[in-house]
Design a binder for this molecule. Sequence first.
Ligand SMILES: Nc1nc2c(c(=O)[nH]1)N[C@H]1C(S)=C(S)[C@@H](COP(=O)(O)O)O[C@H]1N2
Ligand SMILES: [Mo]
Length: 439
Amino acid sequence: MTSKKERGLFELYQQDPERADALAFGRVVHSDRRGFLKGAGLATMGAVLGTAIPFHRNMPAGLIPEALAQSDELVLFETKDGLTLLNDRPVNAETPAHLLDDPITPNDRFFIRNNGAVPQYAIDGDASAWKLTVDGEVDTPLELTLDDLRNDFEVVSYQLQLECGGNGRSAFNPPARGNQWTVGAIGNAVWTGVRYRDVLRAAGVKDSAIYTGHFGLDPHLSGDPNKLPISRGVPLWKAMEPHSLIAFEMNGEPVPALHGFPARTVCSGWPGSASQKWLNRIQVRADVHDGPKMGGRSYRMPAFPVSPGEEVDEADMRIMESMPVKSIITSPRTEGTLPMDNRSVEVRGHAWAGERQVARVDISMDFGATWIAADLDPPANKYAWQNWRQVLRFPSKGYYEIWARATDEAGVAQPFAIAWNPRGYGNNSMHRVSVRVPS
Ligand SMILES: Nc1nc2c(c(=O)[nH]1)N[C@H]1C(S)=C(S)[C@@H](COP(=O)(O)O)O[C@H]1N2
Ligand SMILES: [Mo]
């Protein structure tokens, strides 16, 4: 991948001034800035940086100051609306709860979880060389182009929620290694594509098959072409579910570069890692997949409760399957203040429960002493999150917390806090927002 740092901003300005502007200034290019750096010298560079460059004589010609150099991935990130960047290499970003208010999460507000780099072809939006291989325990291995997928199989659309297995990790104590997600590594998009099972059936699944392995085209951060950042899979039954997709559209657009262009698996209800981005191969297997991040402590939980910080033997770790019941409050925004002479607020949010349906959502304004049932919608389809709302009226002025607690169809409710686990997965403790009532 040619990094823009290597190419040099001045060279880039000669070849592609608009793109150079995007690199230097982010996505929003004001007309008075267009081509601003064209042929620019040090003075201009200093002006852009906001200060002089004392050692400018040591700067190699054409070098872009690091402060101005952005990776392609960060340029793509500029298309996102208000996401919190947790890590820029790899790019990981979550959505603040109040930006998840829409029933369907817009692409520019959908969280990003990358283990490696975004492949260059995806950044370029060029799927012409893309193919999906289906091999392993099948009668007829397949090689499918995007057109083959669109033309040879039924195309379906579902609202499917996707949550990172580590969502909520930041609340664990002692801290668990990994991205410190708060509550926003979740989204619910309309995914369009073909049923995973239709593709497997076209290849003819052998009786020996029990699991799938997903492979993607994202380069490992080390740059080693023989290493994969992540390759996970699902039991065959999960791949064969009618809502498991090989998706090529997200909310009616081609799956964006950051989300797996041109196609990914979407195996909703499971940790997001089951939904392989930049998918180029499905291997049907007679054994559990053994790709990177299938074993060890990755996406695995202790088979029994452990005390915080306890060393857990890898042999006692089990692959995470369905995600637990959970909800998020998307309005009001936390740390908000109601207008004067108003003690009422509509509380809104979403709830989901992995493979199960959510049966009820209750909200509390008195630290869980009493609960009020929210008005809960059924899911648009299986695996879509469910929207809920309820008006609360506060008894007096002061500081309040609103808590939300979803209960799934099996009667399992969200806890106030969950047991610790080594990598901080599956935190479905209740979401709390604070509100001040001024009068
Ligand atoms: N090829 C590939 N697929 C991947 C990943 C990745 O790093 N590479 N990350 C996984 C993880 S851990 C999650 S939570 C989801 C996130 O999907 P999103 O970035 O579209 O929100 O993608 C999954 N699929
Ligand atoms: Mo994830």
